[in-house]
Design a protein around this ligand. Structure first.
Ligand code: CO
Length: 605
């Protein structure tokens, strides 16, 4: 008998709906899902924590609590990114331990623990802590294809994970590129090597071969398969819960689930799909076997598409897909999963946008320093030098990265108490892991993109069609009238325009049918520009949030030194001084959202 692990409430909407499913649309169906008899359900972790506080104005801890209450019979699981927890970098041991403690306390029965680089040193602390709490511990390895990721290597590492105290194991094929032969090879290899804890296969449908891989996994003795309901799983989500159940019926692998009950649940999610369809991107709806080449996982793919759209670079999609495998090889073949997928993906976007390694993100530098763990394969000295400079050898660490970090929980707790925002210990973790957006959320300043009652919303393409009727070609420069005053403005897109420090929707300034006449003259250059030979403006290279200001008016800076740190595409990027000089003015505040080309600072030479 094979059992299913349902991913509808975590990975399905993370893969195809930008992780935006709200708790109020999950709760009504929990009772029925609880009756199915799934091995377990993943409902939390991964990107859901970030999405809750950033876009939904939902307390992730409350979500966990409510869902686990609504699913009393089913083991509920979170996806735990080892020392990165639910974010993108390493946290100190005490933060990881506290997080697991409070997750377990709020109803998380099972922890699927993985490290993006499959560095087992990073998995030790969370495995031990989850065991200590009494949770089910699933040790997971990221599946990838490269000369160094052989079947033998996977079997060897899974054996180690079993001896580290895991209750079950998982092959995490986040990009959906495991072939039937490889799935069979790894699972059979594990069974033959005497591993006797259950093995779970997690995959995505992206490549088109996953159904076959699931069947071969059954033949190799897999115990659990990951699936999601058809309504929400698109092409980049999991194989369908109903389909896989039907396929295994009347075989020795029969799950024994009630098909009528599954159809009821499907009907419910069909209605949910209609409500959330505006979040869907066409690219995430198509099966695309090129994933076996670019290896970008579903979640990353849909994120990359929406990030490129926001950056006004949607036309660069194919170039970025070509760049990703090159970058990955130069990085020593890391599996592409959060956060390594972000590091590689954003660097690939930068390489396409600004030239290869012309701009290097801080996260890329940290990756090369070993701050994410040990890269799986060799990296050339030439690459190390390109990223870290001639003294790179002094910067690369050999130890487990989190062992370099000081404990933080008490310090963060005190900080939060001083601000007067400490309502429960879980808030300390929200604040520690997401200092900016977490704090904004705890202050009640995050506005939900939408609530369930406001759905469905218009699809962006439909909006675009309406706006196209205005026939403005962007970028557009000209005069607009606001409150009777004329302002000279530059509009980069059809979405918004900034006038006199305020942001206006273009549709407000130009109601349909009105055709503004563009004035002559060029639009502003990207990045930075020498204005008079004396005064230099520093502009934001892309859309993002100002994470930190590195200078104050009066400071002297050298060319290339960071003026500010910009968070874009969930990665930190330096906004550097275009030349030597003295800072005259700073035009942004910490935490402020900026668009491409917004003025960050002025300096004088
Ligand atoms: Co996945």
């Amino acid at each position: 008998m094979v059992q299913l692990h349902d991913q509808t409430l975590r990975d399905a909407h993370q893969s195809v709906l930008a992780t935006r499913l709200r708790t109020e649309d999950m709760l009504p169906i929990c009772d029925k899902m609880d009756q199915v008899g799934f091995d377990s359900m993943e409902i939390w972790g991964g990107a859901t924590f970030d999405a809750c506080i950033r876009y939904l104005d939902e307390d992730p801890w409350e979500r966990l609590n409510k869902l686990s209450d609504a699913l009393p019979k089913t083991r509920v699981q979170m996806l735990e990114r080892a020392m990165n927890i639910v974010a993108y970098k390493n946290y100190p041991d005490d933060i990881v331990k506290n997080f697991i403690h409070y997750a377990y306390k709020n109803g998380c029965d099972s922890f699927r623990i993985f490290d993006a680089l499959n560095d087992l040193r990073n998995m030790k602390v969370p495995i031990e802590k989850a065991n200590e709490e009494g949770a089910h511990v699933q040790g997971s390895l990221c599946y990838t294809i490269s000369p160094i990721h052989t079947v033998e290597k996977y079997v060897e590492k899974f054996k180690k994970l079993e001896s580290m105290g895991c209750d079950s194991l998982c092959i995490k094929d986040m990009a959906g590129m495991i072939s039937p032969t490889r799935a069979y090879g790894i699972i059979k290899g594990c069974k033959d090597a005497g591993i006797d804890i259950p093995i779970d296969l997690h995959s995505h449908k992206t490549s088109g071969m996953t159904g076959m891989a699931y069947m071969k996994a059954c033949e190799a003795g897999v115990d659990v398969l990951d699936t999601s309901f058809s309504s929400l799983t698109g092409a980049t989500g999991q194989p369908e819960t109903e389909g896989v159940t039907a396929a295994l019926k009347d075989t020795e692998y029969d799950t024994g689930y009630d098909m009528d009950l599954l159809m009821d649940i499907k009907d419910y999610f069909d209605e949910i799909w209609k409500k959330y369809r505006h979040l869907h991107r066409d690219q995430a709806l198509k099966v695309d076997p090129s994933v076996t080449v670019h290896q970008i996982p579903g979640g990353m793919l849909s994120n990359l598409v929406s990030q490129l759209e926001k950056q006004g670079a949607a036309d660069k999609y194919d170039e970025v897909l070509e760049e990703v495998p090159k970058v990955r090889e130069e990085f020593g073949h890391p599996p592409l999963v959060t956060p390594s997928s972000q590091v590689v993906g954003v660097q690939a976007v930068m390489n396409v946008k600004f030239g290869r390694y012309e701009k290097i993100t801080n996260d890329t530098k940290d990756y090369f320093r070993g701050m994410y763990g040990r890269p799986p394969g060799e990296i050339s000295e030439e690459m190390y030098e390109k990223i870290l400079g001639p003294d790179w050898e002094d910067e690369v660490i050999d130890e487990r990265p989190a062992s370099l970090l000081e404990p933080q929980f008490k310090k963060k707790r005190d900080e939060l108490e001083d601000i007067g925002l400490l309502n429960k210990p879980e808030d300390v973790l929200t604040y520690t892991i997401y200092p900016d957006i977490g704090l904004k959320f705890l202050k009640g300043e995050v506005e939900a993109e939408f609530t369930s009652d406001e759905l469905p919303l218009e699809k962006p393409e439909e909006k675009k069609e309406k706006k196209a009727a205005r026939q403005i070609s962007y970028p557009w420069k000209g005069k607009v009238k606001i409150d009777g005053e004329d302002y000279e403005v530059v509009m980069k897109s059809e979405e918004k325009v900034r006038v006199n420090g305020k942001t206006y929707d273009v549709s407000v300034l130009f109601p349909e049918g009105e055709q503004p006449a563009p004035s002559k003259g060029e639009t502003k250059q990207q990045q930075s520009k020498d204005m008079s030979g004396e005064e230099i403006e520093v502009h934001s290279p892309m859309l993002g949030t100002i994470l930190e200001l590195k200078v104050r008016p009066g400071d002297r800076v050298n060319k290339g030194e960071p003026v500010a740190i910009l968070e874009a595409m969930k990665m930190e990027n330096d906004v550097s001084a275009p030349s030597d000089g003295k800072i005259k003015d700073i035009h942004v505040k910490k935490g402020q959202d900026v668009e491409e080309d917004d003025l960050i600072a002025t300096m004088v030479r």
